[in-house]
Design a protein around this ligand. Structure first.
Ligand code: GLN
Length: 192
């Protein structure tokens, strides 16, 4: 199982460590030639979505990755990655990949509560997962076809839609491996 991790900006190394610990082969996507390699799944890490969106376009990665996601490549997106996938960003005309039919609100928790942790049950993944939010977005609205996996304080913070798993929080910074294990299962199911 080979997983590509977008590594143009943000928190990609932590994802790589988790996936490797679970037995996956991992490589980084930094430039167009990296896309020549085969991969079974893609991780879009947290960071700064505006910067990532700009770099994806400048580096010539944008269209090829969007087409792969549209064609069914399993993708796990955390935080800024979720913003890249969203069809709509609240109060902002910007659209990046636009493959996930949700509206996300960036920096939704404001400055004061910019970062926080909690635990929640996440459908399909497990009970009492530790969730870490860092200047996180949440999903304001999701189309009916999108499965809501969990909410925190009534707001949607994890969803699954076909080949796409999107989360507001950062599963890669906790000790818990269940989110990454679930994603690897998604990749395996796609293969079989
Ligand atoms: N606030 C960032 C953004 O809007 C996301 C934060 C994160 O990825 N930790 O892109």
């Amino acid at each position: 199982m080979t997983i590509a991790v977008l590594a143009v900006q943000g928190a990609f190394i932590e994802h790589e460590k988790k996936l490797q610990a679970l037995g996956a082969d991992v490589f980084e996507i930094r430039q167009a030639k990296d896309l020549e390699r085969h991969f079974d799944g893609l991780v879009l890490p947290g960071g700064e979505s505006t910067v990532q969106g700009k770099l994806l376009r400048e580096l010539g990665l944008f269209e090829a990755l969007r087409d792969k996601i549209r064609a069914g490549l399993p993708v796990m997106a955390t935080c800024a990655g979720l913003i890249l996938l969203a069809e709509h960003i609240a109060d902002d005309p910007t659209v990046h990949f636009g493959t996930l039919p949700v509206t996300v609100k960036r920096n939704a928790y404001g400055r004061q509560l910019g970062s926080f942790q909690c635990t929640a049950d996440v459908e399909e993944i497990g009970k009492q997962l530790p969730l870490t939010f860092i200047r996180a977005p949440y999903i304001e609205k999701a189309e009916d076809a999108v499965k809501v996996l969990t909410r925190v304080d009534g707001n949607i913070v994890a969803v699954r839609y076909e080949n796409q798993l999107g989360m507001s929080f950062h599963p890669e910074v906790t000790e818990d491996n269940r989110v990454h294990a679930y994603f690897l299962q998604m990749c395996e199911q796609k293969l079989s």
